[in-house]
Design a protein around this ligand. Structure first.
Ligand SMILES: Nc1ncnc2c1ncn2[C@@H]1O[C@H](COP(=O)(O)OP(=O)(O)OP(=O)(O)O)[C@@H](O)[C@H]1O
Ligand SMILES: [Mg+2]
Length: 354
């Protein structure tokens, strides 16, 4: 006899005669079929129905060819069926920690070097400061730290708390930390190897005493999609990444890599800043797209993100950068300062939507 046939028969045998709405199969706790012998165990807490159920089972099973039918009863309540539990997820990011005393952490990144990432990071920080927020700037470019120069903090001193937390100095009201502030001279090449680099980065993320809680911490990343970016993504909770590019195709290829990397490390991409977007001729006020027509907006759409803003090339951006005063603070009415202020608004908006 086929077990399926037995099951079907039990399912089709209703028990309306004793006033219940279920079938014999609903009472089934065990079933064995051997040739034409059938053994079943039924759940029935009350002996009152045993005879009825036994007879019913024998009748229906014999009608489909069973020669011997053995019926037993159990009064044990059915074991609650546990819904299948998914296997525990191995999440490489679950050990991520929040950076202490910081409300929102924003990483500024670029796939390609020299596109103005530090300029953008410093000016976004300054823009948020101008908007009245308490802000910090963390230069995570361990190889080419330019934050101290751009924020006019080169000669400022880092101190430490008794429990060895670093206390960042302040410039233009912005708290700043950079490896550049800890090295004896500006020209010292930083030759870090894996473990030392990670130790230093981890200290930068978690062992800095930012003082009064920061509204925003801006992290200036080194260019590319290397170890520092991945380590950051795996160890710290970052609220969003801003990707900086210039309009050329070569830079945009790296934007895609950058977005993919942040997706992999599960950091939301807030959007793209296009730097050195155009040049406004000071004499004619005519706009020139020096690097050709921008495709940044298309790329942003393609990757489900947005263009946060375009910053023009302005010689003053570089000049004031070298002087240690972000353009946003040095020349509030410049095109680029205005662009940075709007970008800061967009960032705040994107973060509040999360
Ligand atoms: N919008 C701009 N107008 C004029 N000069 C700019 C602009 N943006 C950046 N620069 C200048 O371009 C140079 C490179 O910028 P920056 O150092 O910010 O780039 P970066 O992407 O951080 O570089 P790196 O990859 O080395 O970290 C600097 O001299 C900076 O002053
Ligand atoms: Mg830089």
């Amino acid at each position: 006899m086929a077990i399926q046939g037995v099951m079907d028969t039990l399912k089709n045998t209703n028990l309306q005669e004793i006033g219940v709405s279920f079938s014999l199969a609903d009472l089934l706790r065990d079933l064995k079929v051997e040739d034409d012998k059938v053994y079943i165990k039924l759940f029935s807490p009350s002996e009152k129905y045993h005879d009825y159920l036994k007879e019913k089972a024998e009748t229906v099973l014999k009608s489909i060819g069973a020669k011997a039918v053995q019926v037993e009863f159990t009064s044990e309540p059915p074991k609650k069926q546990q819904p299948p539990q998914p296997p525990p997820q191995q999440n490489p990011f679950e050990s991520r920690r929040r950076i202490p005393k910081v409300k929102k952490v924003i990483a500024v990144a670029s796939g390609k070097g020299g596109v103005g990432k530090s300029t953008v990071a410093v000016n976004i920080t300054a823009a948020l400061k101008r908007k009245g927020y308490n802000v910090g700037y963390l230069d995570a470019d361990m190889y080419g730290p330019s934050g101290p120069t751009m924020l006019g903090a080169k000669d400022k001193q880092v101190t430490a708390t008794p429990d060895n937390k670093l206390i960042p100095p302040e410039s233009h009201g912005i708290k700043i930390m950079s490896i550049g502030l800890l090295l004896p001279s500006e020209d010292t090449p930083v030759i870090w190897r894996g473990p030392v680099l990670f130790k230093a980065l981890s200290q930068f993320l978690f062992d800095i005493n930012w003082g009064e809680e920061l509204d925003f911490l801006i992290i200036d990343l080194p260019p590319g999609t290397g170890d520092i970016q991945i380590t950051l993504g795996q160890t710290a909770e970052i609220d969003g990444a801003v990707i900086v590019t210039t309009p050329q195709d070569v830079a945009l290829i790296d934007v895609k890599k950058g977005i993919q990397m942040f997706n992999e490390v599960q950091i939301p991409v807030l959007g793209i800043v296009e730097n050195m977007s155009y040049f406004v001729c000071p004499d004619s006020e005519k706009k020139y797209e020096i690097f050709g027509k921008s495709k940044t907006e298309d790329i942003a759409k393609q990757y489900n993100t947005q263009l946060l803003g375009k910053v023009p090339i302005e010689p003053k951006v570089a000049e004031f950068g070298d002087l240690g005063i972000p353009i946003v603070l040095a020349k509030e009415d410049s095109e680029s300062a205005k662009a940075f202020m709007e970008i800061a608004d967009e960032i705040i908006k994107k973060l509040s939507e999360q």
